[in-house]
Design a protein around this ligand. Structure first.
Ligand SMILES: [Zn+2]
Length: 685
């Protein structure tokens, strides 16, 4: 987990569109686009005549982009003309000087904004004693909420749009091959102001998302009220599970239960199918008032059967609400005029078609069948659909958890002990003492209330924060393992802020890339304790386990992507029509990639994921993190670990493809992960 992207997202995406609603309603007519195509042409030609034909492309791009952001409230057409003439920078040296000034000031704005957010959230995130309502009120405050408003009003956004216009993903990937770091940094500055979506539409998006979150957060199943065919209750009376995460985890935890584990797993899957198909009685959701037999779908009140209405496709209405709110902003984007494009080409910076192609390769690999057979053998039965969550490969270390706890508790009695040891950890990973001390001096360890996270700085003079939970006894092994993961994030955050050539390039391409570093550190946790785990199979089991997790998530991502394509083809669909489409699509994906391995067709299980309701098109990130992790590990093997980490994380925020080319010399690929799985299977079998 990491927090750095939050601020980038806030400053670049969300807050771009945040305005006060009232003001917006009043300004409704004043905020229409008012620059005609004619004026755009006229200004372009005038600037080309002045700056020379060699600047034609950039001028045309810049003027058109500034015009697309300009509203009547910003000035008349002639004022736009004057603005462009006065603010277009012809001289290259001057353009760089002005870029550096903007950059320095944005570092101050975003860096301090981030620092304020950290401070405002401190009582919520750190162990600062009991918290009060006032803490939550401060935590909800965002210092950069009016950033976009302010920068359109003071016209700096237009100076940037005119002189440092944005490039589409295809253009970045193609033209970027020959770009200098400075040209990349110009393009990243261009990405700060790409679309000006009216505040009421942005608010509608967050309202729909919040409603979906609330719907999900109240979707509990009262397990103690489920009946089997014999009228027995298999689950503890007080067990309440949130769909789908807790239901899935309960399936996982029942692999160890040899008596009724299978019956419980089957029953949970039956519940899931009622949720997917919306045949679940509405009143058993989030309530223990009735007993429910999911197999017959009969409901009982005090032992007497009663009739209850099914949930009226509310699950799918949530997706439609999200879709409509997001689609309403499509016309404000030049390149990314669908949410699918914004999510993939825009946010992840990998085109959806490429993601689908890559996932298809992974899902079609014959290694899946071998892993399936191995699982079936270990379970001693044929596979069932919910074995997509089989987690029996979690190899325990050959050293007991107790003795590991004893080591970490003694070594790290509190947060400051870990902070004092960070440079030593880096030295053990191979960094020189001097470099290790420098990196460690930029990371602070704080005692967290929750499970922990890594929150990076946004300005070079600030530190990154490693938040970790430590009990009175000291840090247990589990906490230590997570802390090393977070430390990986912090090291990435520190290098990719301090060592990239230009501030505008700070960071890594997207969330998946920072997860990859965290995995790389986390895997070395025992080595850092000076323990050589003598269990040779542990790494192989971990690889197969990861392979199987990604095999599941990619299938769900496939469903998610195809559902959104269907929505765009059927924008007026009802919740019921969407439900039918989701079930059909999930069965199609199942039949294509899973049916042969599982020996059963037409299973809808991939449609149970909650992310599809509350976080559409997000899941793909998770798969990429692992693919990239395997590629980097594969590339680093046999090379100098610290110098490669230093080199790779200082490349800066290029596009994923351009970054991977520089980091490991190839595009994102499934190959290293598939090969590692094949290798692992050879050793296990
Ligand atoms: Zn993480």
């Amino acid at each position: 987990m990491m927090r750095k992207k939050l601020v980038i997202l806030l400053s670049i995406t969300l807050l771009l569109f945040t305005q006060c609603t009232n003001k917006q309603e009043v300004k409704q007519t004043a905020d229409m686009k008012n620059i005609t195509e004619q004026t755009v042409k006229k200004v372009q030609n005038a600037l080309i005549a002045k700056a020379g034909i060699e600047n034609k492309d950039l001028i045309e791009r810049g003027v058109a982009h500034a015009a697309s952001l300009w509203r009547a409230s910003d000035g008349s057409e002639s004022e736009f003309e004057v603005f462009c003439t006065e603010n277009y920078i012809i001289d290259n040296a001057e353009k760089q000087i002005i870029f550096e000034k903007i950059s320095k000031n944005f570092e101050s704005l975003w860096g301090h904004g981030n620092k304020i957010m950290l401070d405002m959230n401190e009582n919520m995130h750190l162990e600062n004693g009991p918290y009060h309502n006032i803490d939550a009120m401060f935590a909800a405050y965002s210092p950069s909420a009016h950033f976009a408003d302010d920068f359109y009003a003071n016209k700096i956004a237009f100076v940037i749009a005119l002189n440092y216009p944005p490039f589409s993903l295809d253009e970045k990937n193609e033209l970027g091959k020959n770009w200098t770091n400075l040209q990349w940094a110009f393009a990243r500055l261009g990405d700060v102001f790409t679309a000006r979506v009216p505040a009421n539409l942005s608010q509608a998006i967050s309202q729909a998302a919040t409603d979906a979150d609330i719907y999900i957060s109240e979707y509990n199943i009262y397990m103690g009220h489920l009946l089997n065919g014999k009228g027995e209750k298999l689950f503890p009376e007080d067990m309440v599970l949130l769909s789908h995460w807790n239901l899935r985890d309960e399936i996982k935890s029942n692999y160890a239960n040899k008596e009724v584990g299978l019956e419980k797993q089957d029953m949970i899957y039956t519940v899931m199918k009622h949720i997917i198909g919306q045949s679940i009685p509405e009143k058993v959701i989030n309530s223990g008032a009735y007993d429910w037999n999911p197999i017959t779908n009969k409901v009982f009140e005090n032992g007497t059967e009663i009739q209850l209405a099914s949930e009226p496709d509310t699950r799918y209405q949530q997706i439609i609400n999200n879709f409509k709110a997001l689609k309403a902003t499509d016309s404000y984007y030049t390149d990314y005029n669908t949410f699918i494009k914004r999510s993939f080409s825009g946010e992840k910076e990998i085109p959806q078609e490429e993601v689908e192609k890559l996932f298809d390769q992974y899902l079609s690999s014959p290694v899946a069948k071998q892993v399936g057979q191995l699982i079936s053998k270990r379970l001693g039965r044929d596979l069932r659909p919910y074995d997509i969550w089989y987690d029996g490969f979690k190899a325990r270390s050959s050293i007991s958890e107790e003795s590991l706890n004893a080591i970490t508790e003694k070594k790290y009695p509190n947060a400051k002990a870990l902070e004092a040891d960070l440079d030593e950890i880096l030295v053990k990973l191979g960094w020189s003492k001097e470099r290790a001390e420098l990196l460690a001096s930029k990371i602070s360890v704080d005692p967290a209330r929750g499970s922990g996270h890594a929150w990076g700085a946004q300005m070079k003079s600030e530190k990154a924060h490693l938040r970790t939970r430590i009990s009175g006894k000291g840090m247990n092994y589990k906490g230590y393992n997570i802390a090393i993961h977070e430390f990986g994030h912090n090291v990435e955050q520190t290098i990719s802020l301090n060592d990239v050539e230009y501030y505008m390039l700070n960071g890594v391409p997207n969330t998946a890339f920072t997860e990859a570093t965290a995995f790389i550190f986390q895997k070395r946790d025992l080595q850092l304790l000076g323990i050589n785990d003598p269990n040779p199979d542990k790494a192989y089991f971990e690889t197969i386990d990861l392979y199987w997790q990604v095999f599941e998530i990619m299938g769900v991502s496939m469903v998610d992507m195809n559902v959104w394509k269907w929505l765009y083809e059927n924008p007026d669909a009802t919740a019921t029509q969407l439900k039918e489409a989701v079930i059909r699509i999930s069965k199609e994906v199942w039949n294509k990639y899973y049916a042969e391995i599982y020996g059963v067709k037409d299973e809808p299980i991939l449609a149970i994921y909650t992310h599809m309701i509350s976080n559409p098109l997000y899941l793909a990130n998770y798969s990429f993190g692992h693919l990239i992790d395997f590629q980097i590990e594969n590339y680093i093997a046999g090379k100098n670990f610290p110098s490669e980490v230093d080199r790779i994380w200082s490349i800066g925020r290029l596009t994923p493809d351009a970054w991977m080319q520089k980091a490991v010399g190839e595009s994102i690929s499934i190959k290293p992960m598939i090969e590692a799985t094949e290798e692992a299977l050879k050793h296990i079998n």
